[in-house]
Design a protein around this ligand. Sequence first.
Ligand code: FAD
Length: 459
Amino acid sequence: MSQHFDAIIIGTGQAGPSLAARFAAAGMAVAIIERDKFGGTCVNTGCTPTKTLVASAYAAHVARRGGEYGFVVNGDVRVDIKRAKARKDEIVERTSRGVEEGLRALKNCRVIQGHARFQSPSAVVVNDEVLEADKVFINVGGRASIPAIKGIHDAPFFTNSSMMDVDFLPQHLVIVGGSYVGLEFAQIFRRFGSEVTIVEMAPRLIGREDEDVSEAVREIMEIEGIQIRRSATCISLAKRESLIAVGVECVEAPPEVLGTHLLLAVGRTPNTNDLGLDLAGVATDESGYIIVDDQLQTNVPGIWALGDCNGRGAFTHTAYNDYEIVADNLLNADHRRVSDRIQTYALFTDPPLGRCGMTDAEIRKSGRPALVAKRPMSQVTRAVEKGETHGFIKISVDAETKQILGAAILGTGGDEVIHVLLDIMYAKAPYTVVQRAMHIHPTVAEYLPTVLSKLEAFA
Ligand SMILES: Cc1cc2nc3c(=O)[nH]c(=O)nc-3n(C[C@H](O)[C@H](O)[C@H](O)COP(=O)(O)OP(=O)(O)OC[C@H]3O[C@@H](n4cnc5c(N)ncnc54)[C@H](O)[C@@H]3O)c2cc1C
């Protein structure tokens, strides 16, 4: 016996729950399946817990700089990691519970806990029960990649998921991977009091970013005492009594970094290997990402893939935007497309990096006639007043159409201020709209018109 639904949703990450709510409200019979914690990566092991820990680390950092701000802290500022973790756990559990309770409160929606696998294009098995539906939506997300590096089975390591259980201070945390996830954890644990070393294979950190961004982030990390080993071309792992050795070069006697604990932060793998996609005939690429069209339909009619598992985005906001695209297209006969969205994201170090549009390399490759302007945060009044002057604002525009091509705001408030530029890009308005706008003083955003008045030829 199988039960029939209008829609089956696999996964309760950043697209599934909202989709279930919209479908259920439209009178559709929905089943949503979750094999682990409600809310998925972002809520349980990604955005929410890391940003909660970033907040604890920031508070400790500011307290340590008390003298600069004119107050006295009696004794050392020491982070009680058990309490920082408890704060994090409380926020995570509340959010995850909210997702579960929200789903269970929906009329027309059955919530099932278990691992879902396709049996055919329209049938999914969970806990030995067969569910059938006209439409199936895959929102299975991803997990930390475990690379096949030498010694991987010999040394214990953490991933972003298992780091969530750490309630002690690692004496020396070695982080393999100097990109978004690795950098956030590096600064968190350095500020908590650990010695931290980042080992990065590439010649620079966050290699997808502009070189000046990578360089400025490296400086920010090093000022705080984080060790960085770049161009680690041949990473290997070994256990040395109570320590973990991370080999960082391919030479005869490989220099090593010795640490007490190891975090692997080297990318993500989609959760598509145990979904029975072959039985449904759903095509994936060579990395396991489900291939979708501009409206997020797979090659099989009636099956859609949303969020990290489709390889069209790696963020909560891209997963949520996937939900909006699918729901509006199906329920409102809209024509929303993935290609209509503009690249944007943040790196939540302190200071954060807010990004939108093209990188310098992408602008160069596009061949568009570009102008660029840059201003250090040390010349932004609000940053000076706050005592947070690291970083810069950089904006590139098209010299002919006057449209903003891309921007990087590495500095205090950069993750918020970037939206001014992003929304102008969505409006397809010229940069002169921002240039002539009157902004509030003293804010970081008030400098956007000033920066845009100093555009020069793009090198
Ligand atoms: C450390 C870290 C920090 C991050 N910080 C940010 C940030 O600050 N901002 C941001 O935008 N993004 C951030 N991200 C990325 C963000 O977490 C993901 O992009 C987002 O969670 C993707 O959502 P999703 O819906 O695609 O999948 P997920 O959130 O991964 O959810 C997928 C769900 O599907 C379930 N599932 C999988 N397979 C099955 C199955 N077969 N049957 C039933 N259920 C299944 C999983 O258990 C999971 O609950 C971060 C990621 C990490 C790792």
